[in-house]
Design a protein around this ligand. Structure first.
Ligand code: SF4
Length: 453
């Protein structure tokens, strides 16, 4: 038996699994393996490139991403200097040959548009000239906040080949934005959306959050309609979480949301269903629990799941990189003091420091199976059994029988297509319960032993 049967059925909001294993399972690698050795036998003809910018104007109350508030004078320039050194070291380790090719690129954070227009230009130069990514030839996705999505920055990004701009809006209702500790005015959000559309970047994504204190079905649909009026090619609907050490968590027991509170779970499920049905009725298709795409939106090439299968190069403090048997990054923290220290260490990093992996998780073959199952099953289109067989031999039911039987008993799996393992609509709604149930005992133990900082 691979995992024990949970004593009780888990609530629907356990953990957002956007990568497996989570960074809290990573540990310092005592041997600090050289990147050259790690990458020597890896396929390198369709890599994903990710550049992380760990700066934001504010710290949203729900956010546990690796980012700091503001940057004292000169820090963004020093950070880009370090990023350039890291890019040089990593590209040397990959080999300066023509068989290294990037198939997708993304700038995330943090808020990449915290950088000035000139700094964004330099960021693109690092990706192109140091790493060899052809940004105008591949899908390039960039995250932005309304206040930093200025015309000059968007012009640079559009000129350099950005195909997707993701704007973190969260709510079009000012009081809800304040309640999520993301203070912003709707008028400023609308002005930012107009600038993004003026920049003619092909895909606009809008992030929204449900489950905010005071949010009702009516205000939620009001936010959705405000977003729909821009006809975004993509919408991400995120349930609100209160994560350890975040602003909402620091409100303590007097805060509006108690983790595991059945009434809050019920509110989020109700708003999720209302939002999903609203978008389906307005010509969107559901890609995963969170992601919806306009049915007539231009194709984006490799999708989020496929481009994360293997072969990811992450640059910047907080970015992950994946080879087939090691996931690695730098140290991780949520507390502001620790994040500042980690960024300062990164900025002081030398070419030689950047030529080694420092913190990571070794992926045993069984973990690679789990990761494939997790990341495929949580997509609306499901897991193609022939893909799994070709990659691992056998079927998921051979490797994960107890878990899959449990999901089937709960009505979360459909058997409508014998070639695909796919979630039912209720299964998709419970993605954040399904993902954590598929964590291996070893990953679970490492996450539980992680000392939060
Ligand atoms: S949600 Fe986005 S803008 Fe807000 S603190 Fe996190 S990374 Fe920054």
């Amino acid at each position: 038996m691979i995992t024990a049967e949970p004593a009780t059925r888990p609530g629907p909001y356990q953990h957002y699994v956007y990568a497996y294993p989570h960074k809290t399972a990573y540990r310092p690698l005592p041997d600090r393996p050289p990147l050259r050795a790690l990458w020597s036998a890896e396929p390198k003809d369709a890599l994903s490139l990710y550049l992380h910018i760990p700066f934001c104007e504010v710290r949203c109350g729900f956010c546990n991403l690796f980012t700091r508030i503001g940057a004292p004078d000169g820090l963004t320039g020093a950070y880009l200097d370090a990023l350039e050194r890291q890019a040089t070291a990593v590209r040397d380790a990959l080999g300066r040959t023509d068989d290294v090719r990037f198939a997708t690129a993304a700038f995330g954070g943090g808020t990449p548009t915290f950088l000035t227009a000139a700094e964004l230009d330099r960021l693109c130069d690092i990706a192109e000239h140091r790493m060899g990514a052809d940004l105008r030839a591949v899908p390039l996705s960039v995250e932005a906040s309304p206040a930093t999505a200025t015309a000059d920055r968007l012009t640079v990004l559009a000129d350099r080949g950005t195909t997707r701009l993701s704007l973190g809006v969260q709510s079009f209702v000012d009081s809800e934005a304040r309640a999520a500790v993301r203070p912003q005015r709707r008028a400023d959000v609308e002005a930012a959306l107009a600038r993004v559309r003026d920049a003619r970047i092909p895909v606009l994504n809008i992030d929204l959050i449900y489950g905010i204190d005071g949010q009702t079905e009516q205000t939620w649909l009001h936010s959705l309609d405000a977003a729909l009026s821009w006809r975004p090619e993509e919408l991400y609907l995120y349930p609100l979480y209160v994560r350890p050490l975040t602003g909402l968590d620091r409100r303590g027991p007097d805060g509006p949301h108690a983790v595991g509170d059945p009434a809050w779970d019920e509110q989020r499920l109700r708003l999720y269903r209302a939002g999903r049905d609203h978008l389906l009725a307005h010509g969107y298709t559901q890609q995963s629990m969170r992601m919806f795409r306009r049915a007539d939106a231009p194709p984006q090439g490799a999708d989020d799941y496929a481009c994360q299968t293997d072969g990811m190069i992450g640059l910047g403090c907080g970015a992950r990189s994946y080879t087939s048997d090691l996931h690695y990054s730098f140290d991780y923290a949520v507390g502001m003091h620790q994040i500042r220290g980690i960024i300062d260490d990164y900025v002081a990093g030398t070419l030689s420091d950047f030529a080694h992996a420092q913190v990571g998780y070794r992926m045993a073959p069984a973990e690679a199976r789990r990761r494939h199952l997790l990341q495929s099953l949580l997509q609306a289109e499901g897991l193609r059994l022939d893909d799994y067989r070709a990659r691992f031999g056998g079927a998921p039911a051979d490797d994960f029988a107890p878990e899959l039987e449990r999901f089937a008993d709960r009505g979360w799996l459909t058997d409508s297509d014998p070639t695909v393992l796919r979630l039912t609509p209720e299964g998709l709604a419970h993605s954040d319960a399904i993902g954590p149930e598929l964590f291996s005992p070893a990953v679970r133990a490492a996450m539980a032993a992680y000392e939060r900082k």
